[in-house]
Design a protein around this ligand. Structure first.
Ligand SMILES: [Zn+2]
Length: 265
């Protein structure tokens, strides 16, 4: 499942493949991908050159010379790949970029979506309007303010209004790095732990971006995926720090992996 790092890798790939170019051919293969979007208007916008490819949290935002924007949200299994159109499985949208090839929006589970925005309407899009700061913009003061309300820390961080882009994998990994108990409450955090989180969240994402950089990211749920994480999906493996077997549990309704020695509850 893509989190900030995987979406950032997609942003860099798409900028490289698509910047300043317009699609010459567009195929909408599954209209369920489109939310509140007229298919003809989508095709029309894709036929304009891309001016900017941005990321905000787990959303990608493509901006065009006609001042329209397309927001891509990958959810569980969505991804955009450069692929021959004939061989792309689970293709929902395909657009051809000259000198690049076919860009294919694939989505096996069909939770992903995209939405077209007319000029000056993107600012009212609720998921972006209420989104918290990017991890790279955090300071201990900002994070401390955002975690001021007593709440399960994991639930607070999964809430994109607290900090943008954090997902379930990042939480297991960063709690392990900072030795925070998996069921910690925001009110349990010391100043040193808040400082560690403000530093380790962006550092963690930088490392995952570097390790994941490829034309196509294989999400951990996919069969051919390699597990690049220290504790996530490593139940019973030795803790890389102290060799205690990693425990799997469920917190905030999501799988959680932790070291019972390093992260004493
Ligand atoms: Zn340990």
């Amino acid at each position: 499942m893509p989190e900030l790092a995987e979406v950032e890798v997609a942003r860099q790939n798409l900028a490289r493949w698509w910047q300043d170019k317009a699609a010459t051919e567009v195929h909408i293969l599954d209209a369920r991908l489109l939310v509140a979007t007229d298919p003809e208007a989508l095709v029309e916008t894709l036929q304009h050159p891309l001016t900017t490819m941005r990321r905000r949290g787990k959303y990608l935002i493509a901006e065009f010379t006609n001042d329209h924007a397309i927001v891509f949200h990958f959810r569980m299994t969505g991804k955009i790949v450069l692929s021959p159109i004939e061989s792309a499985r689970f293709a929902r949208l395909a657009w051809h970029i000259p000198e690049t090839g076919w860009l294919i929006f694939k989505d096996q589970r069909r939770f992903a979506h995209l939405q077209l925005f007319a000029p000056n309407t993107l600012k009212d899009y609720a998921p972006l309007a209420k989104m918290g700061p990017e991890p790279h913009d955090l300071t201990p003061e900002i994070l401390g303010q955002r975690l001021a309300k007593p709440r399960l820390l994991k639930a607070a961080l999964l809430d994109q209004a607290t900090v943008a882009g954090i997902g379930n994998i990042a939480i297991s990994e960063v709690f392990w790095r900072t030795k925070i108990a998996p069921d910690a409450n925001t009110s349990d955090l010391t100043d040193a732990q808040i400082e560690a989180l403000a530093t380790d969240l962006p550092a963690y994402f930088d490392e995952v971006i570097e390790k994941s950089m490829a034309d196509e990211i294989i999400y951990l749920e996919e069969r051919s995926a390699e597990n690049i994480f220290e504790v996530y999906a490593r139940e019973n493996d030795p803790c890389p720090r102290c060799t205690t077997p990693i425990v799997r549990t469920r917190i905030a309704a999501r799988s959680t992996f932790y070291c019972p020695h390093c992260q004493a509850i």
